[in-house]
Design a protein around this ligand. Structure first.
Ligand SMILES: CC(C)(COP(=O)(O)OP(=O)(O)OC[C@H]1O[C@@H](n2cnc3c(N)ncnc32)[C@H](O)[C@@H]1OP(=O)(O)O)[C@@H](O)C(=O)NCCC(=O)NCCS
Length: 138
């Protein structure tokens, strides 16, 4: 992903229910794009962004082996079912292997049953069901 892709990435993120201004999405991109613990990949046809994936090295915990987390994966609505999601996922898994990591994890909202079918088909299994608690502190 490069900064030239960001307006299309922003439109795709809106399809996933994450609406962001270009200012916000550019600021987030700038804050991680040169950090080797993050990777952002796009699937493209000519100049069109058809999908993207973000993977992050999870911060090291004393309790478990290092893992890679899929922070975002989305394919353009009209392009789904053509293997683009699978290619993005395999590319991200290969990136994880290159980092010496053997576990990839994704948190997926319980309402995304279509995406769950996709992850199961790709060999992912449900390892835990948990509640996510958050608090706005400012
Ligand atoms: C999940 C997603 C990334 C898969 O991308 P994709 O390019 O459609 O995936 P592929 O073509 O490689 O695989 C298709 C599989 O995905 C699943 N799938 C989910 N939504 C689908 C859709 N709208 N059309 C077709 N397949 C879909 C099916 O299991 C399908 O497998 P099948 O053909 O054996 O039934 C894509 O559907 C998407 O962007 N969904 C909305 C965003 C989302 O939920 N992201 C995950 C957040 S955790």
């Amino acid at each position: 992903m490069t900064s030239n892709d960001l307006s299309q990435v922003s439109a795709l993120a809106t399809q996933l229910g994450y609406t962001s201004s270009m200012t916000d999405i550019t600021a987030r991109f700038d804050s991680i794009s040169n950090d080797p613990s993050y990777a952002l990949f796009v699937a493209k046809s000519e100049m069109d962004v058809l999908g993207f994936i973000q993977v992050n090295m999870e911060p090291v915990s004393i309790l478990i082996d290092a893992r890679v987390d899929i922070a975002a994966l989305i394919v353009k609505e009209e392009c789904r079912g053509n293997g683009i999601g699978q290619k993005l996922l395999v590319h991200a898994e290969n990136w994880a292997k290159g980092q010496g990591i053997s576990i990839v994890r994704v948190r997926s909202n319980t309402k995304r049953s279509d995406a769950h079918r996709f992850y199961m088909r790709e060999g992912y299994t449900i390892s835990k069901v948990s509640n996510i608690f958050s608090k706005k502190i400012s």
